[in-house]
Ligand binder design. Structure first.
Ligand code: NAP
Ligand code: MG
Length: 404
């Protein structure tokens, strides 16, 4: 069989520990035998980030900007212990944070579902995608612990030096205050990303805040979404047969639980943080959660939602076989290859990406899986395999699908 060709390079960001090992296995078993992989390779493994003073992360993000699509392996975000372990020159920042700061945009997370793992919420038939606004609010808040009586005020000084003041509270005793902000352009970017992603998936978009209580802050989010929808997306949504709707966050939670799934749920920063953990747990496992960063100017970065699976890596280093789940990383590759194919009008590449996902799901649905999933299955007797065996099982199904 002739290998599938790629016209434009895909930006490849390699990473750390167990996921770096899996990365190579995926390429060797599932990609290179079938695709003439055309990637621009950046080694974001911690030793190389340290050797390049983290320049490699910046270069990789800029390459993502140039070509539009990247696939990223999980990477270590160093802490004090890692500085010692890797003899680092500095405690380098989170690569995801650096990339997000350069590309901007919104992170979408979607669970990968299989028949034998039933969501905790029985009526969820289709995955729910969380879109989290990863900017501002309490993540950039200024806080004060007040030890006694006094008046707290909100003061804004404009460029001309004119002050606007509002009393927050007259304290008769100790208390706490917090100052949060967000920016119109960041909220607009977030809204664009959500509308575009919903159109991409052809799924409804839900958005919810607490605008009845937060009449300026949350209400601004609501207004910006509504204005962009009315002026730029309404017709496109109608043509695609999908819907945008806004509701209160407490109403949204109730509706999500009662829904069948199959929509994009846009969340403010804090709501997205909390709700994405709720969703991944309720759907099954972090090892089955895919993640893509979509920037307002149409750049895509695909990755797994989980980390570098350190505990498994230390066992691997001791020569033990591990049963680490590669599914989310495989889907990062398939997602990136499909997007590359779509942008280049390269149908064979799109078909390959779809078949890679189909082969992976077939393997799981036939009960062959890594250990982390075995305990979650119902109604079947699963067969636990190690990572390498799992890849071989996927490959044999992929070969059949490609020959069909
Ligand atoms: P983690 O790598 O996600 O792993 C936490 C635990 O979850 C694992 O020990 C394992 O449980 C289970 N798990 C996660 N993914 C799995 C998979 N694919 N297959 C099987 N089990 C899986 O999180 P962490 O241990 O907190 O972080 C490790 C490193 O990853 C840190 O250095 C952190 O900075 C980095 N990190 C990177 C990213 C990213 O690049 N996007 C995200 C998060 C964390 P058992 O050990 O019980 O089997
Ligand atoms: Mg969280």
């Amino acid at each position: 069989m002739e290998k599938i060709k790629m016209t434009t390079p895909l930006v490849e960001m390699d990473g750390d520990e167990m996921t770096r090992v899996i990365w190579k296995m995926i390429k060797d078993e599932l990609l290179l035998p079938f695709v003439e992989l055309n990637t621009e390779y950046y080694d974001l493994g911690l030793p190389n980030r340290d050797a390049t003073n983290d320049q490699v992360t910046i270069d990789a993000a800029n390459a993502n900007k140039k070509y539009g699509v990247s696939v990223k392996c999980a990477t270590i975000t160093p802490n004090a212990q890692r500085v010692e372990e890797y003899h680092l020159h500095e405690m380098w920042k989170s690569p995801n944070g650096t990339i997000r700061a350069i590309l901007g945009g919104t992170v979408f997370r979607t669970p990968i579902q299989i028949e034998a793992i039933k969501p905790v919420i029985r009526n969820w038939k289709k995955p729910i995608t969380i879109a989290r606004h990863a900017y501002g609010d309490i993540y950039k808040a200024t806080e004060m612990r007040l030890t006694g009586k006094g008046k707290a005020e909100l003061v804004f000084t404009d460029e001309a030096g004119k002050e606007t003041r509002q009393t927050i509270f007259d304290f008769e005793g100790p208390g706490i205050i917090q100052g949060c902000y967000n920016k119109d352009d960041s909220i607009q970017d977030f809204a664009h990303a959500c509308f575009q992603y919903a159109l991409d998936l052809k799924q409804d978009l839900w958005f919810a805040t607490k605008d009845t209580i937060s009449k300026k802050y949350d209400h601004t989010f609501k207004d910006i979404f509504q204005e962009l929808y009315d002026t730029q997306y309404k017709e496109k949504f109608e043509a695609a047969g999908i819907e945008y709707f806004y509701t209160l966050i407490d109403d949204a939670v109730a509706r999500v639980v009662r829904s069948e799934g199959g929509f994009v749920w846009a969340c403010k920063n804090y709501d997205g943080d909390v709700m994405s953990d709720m969703l991944s747990t309720a759907f099954g496992s972090l090892a089955m959660m895919q993640s893509v960063l979509v920037s307002p100017d149409g750049n895509y970065e695909y990755e797994a939602a989980h980390g570098t699976v350190t505990r498994h890596y230390y066992r691997y280093l001791k020569g033990e076989q591990t049963s680490t789940n590669p599914i989310a990383t495989i889907f990062a590759w398939s997602g990136a290859l499909r997007k590359r194919g779509e942008l280049d009008g390269n149908q064979p590449l799109v078909d390959f990406a779809n078949k890679l996902e189909e082969a992976s799901l077939q393997t799981l649905n036939e009960g062959v899986m890594t250990k982390d999933l075995v305990g979650l299955c119902e109604g079947i007797t699963p067969k636990a395999v190690n990572t390498q065996e799992f890849m071989v099982e996927i490959r044999s199904r992929l070969e059949k699908l490609l020959q069909a």
